[in-house]
Design a protein around this ligand. Structure first.
Ligand SMILES: Cc1cc2nc3c(=O)[nH]c(=O)nc-3n(C[C@H](O)[C@H](O)[C@H](O)COP(=O)(O)OP(=O)(O)OC[C@H]3O[C@@H](n4cnc5c(N)ncnc54)[C@H](O)[C@@H]3O)c2cc1C
Ligand code: SF4
Length: 328
């Protein structure tokens, strides 16, 4: 591990002051499950690591009339086990459950998951490995081994909770020395694999707001499905979230589908054509085919992109089945 200096602030004011002083040379450490492997691989070399471990007020889940507010330092394990999440945002609990394995869920936080760096077969490797290939655009190089051009990094957003939180219209609170701002999650991600979110070096993600599931008069159905090699630990090869609002006449009044682990920004599928239809096996099949036709998986993740493309329809079906199953 490269040498670095660490800070353990106890208050938000101290964090913000450290970030405004050292932002460009510092990295925030929440659970450290993404940051530390990336530092070991020499992908990141912060001079200062600012740990959030002592900020108890960034942990926990509160319930208000219409939404859940989740502190950025709430662990994925807490989210999986929380009864309010199970009741009011079950797809978030399911997505958190499917992140990594048990030890990583105990350390990994929701804030860290939303800020997860993009991933690529040619990037998440040792310095020696990357050097042998002449590096790449995301760090130290001039070309992209996926697109074979020097124009754009298409490393994949691989954060499973972002997949469902985008379907649920979540928003995030971001704090810096100028104050707090609230941003819809759909405006948080950028299509650039080098850095795929809007956070500036002095910004801290503080909390996540999730609108609560409604059961009447409109029913919100939500589901998640993930394709990965080993169910016990691996990053997604596809991460799919669906959400349907069903009216009193049993017709869809709002639908959202997000597919993650394709490109730098989680992909939202246009679903207006579903409005007014019933959620039948035929509609689900049509939706799977429609989404599949609009996605082109790349070689940024291991495995045959054409196989991953075929799997899109299969995993949309699984996410929809989950949505129907989990409705009370
Ligand atoms: C073997 C393995 C398997 C994994 N599998 C998965 C998987 O299947 N799905 C998945 O989604 N992830 C996976 N991960 C990645 C990671 O464990 C999780 O995404 C975890 O939720 C990251 O949270 P963290 O608190 O550990 O983040 P950290 O590592 O602490 O931080 C991640 C990034 O976010 C920034 N950051 C953290 N908190 C904040 C904040 N509050 N404000 C601003 N910036 C912040 C950090 O500076 C860093 O850049 C895996 C990791 C490993 C090692
Ligand atoms: S997508 Fe291209 S530029 Fe980005 S990390 Fe992979 S190889 Fe590097």
């Amino acid at each position: 591990m490269q040498p670095f200096h660490s800070e353990y602030p106890k208050t938000l004011d101290e964090v913000i002051s450290l970030l405004s002083q050292h932002g460009a040379f510092a990295k925030i450490c929440a659970g450290g499950t993404d940051l530390l492997p990336n530092m070991k691989h020499e992908l990141l070399s912060p001079q200062i690591v600012i740990s959030l471990a002592h900020l108890e007020n960034l942990r926990g889940i509160t319930v208000s009339e219409n939404s859940l507010t989740i502190g950025a330092m709430t662990t994925l394990k807490q989210i999986v086990e929380d009864q309010n999440i199970q009741h009011f945002a079950p797809s978030l609990g399911d997505a958190a459950y499917h992140v990594a394995g048990p030890q990583l869920k105990s350390m990994g936080t929701l804030g860290g998951n939303l800020c997860l760096d993009t991933r690529c077969l040619y990037y998440n490797q040792t310095h020696f490995w990357r050097e042998a290939l002449g590096f790449c655009l995301k760090k130290e190089g001039t070309t992209c081994h996926v697109t074979q051009t020097g124009k754009k990094c298409v490393a994949a957003a691989s954060n499973d909770t972002a997949t469902v939180l985008l379907c649920l219209d979540a928003s995030v609170d971001i704090l810096n020395q100028d104050g707090m701002r609230q941003v819809m999650l759909k405006d948080f991600y950028l299509g650039d694999g080098i850095k795929n979110n809007i956070l500036k070096p002095n910004d801290l993600l503080v909390a996540i707001h999730v609108p609560k599931r409604t059961t009447s008069p409109v029913k919100r159905l939500e589901g998640f499905a993930k394709l990965r090699h080993r169910q016990s630990i691996d990053f997604p090869m596809l991460s799919i979230g669906v959400r349907f609002d069903i009216d009193t006449d049993e017709k869809i009044s709002n639908a959202k589908v997000t597919i993650n682990a394709l490109f730098a920004r989680p992909k939202t599928i246009q679903t207006d054509w579903l409005i007014g239809q019933s959620l039948t096996p035929d509609t689900i099949k049509q939706l799977g085919q429609y989404a599949k036709d609009r996605c082109t998986p790349l070689t940024n993740i291991c495995d045959d992109p054409s196989w991953r493309k075929e799997m899109i329809a299969v995993y949309i079906q699984k996410a929809c089945e989950k949505a129907l199953e989990t409705f009370p």
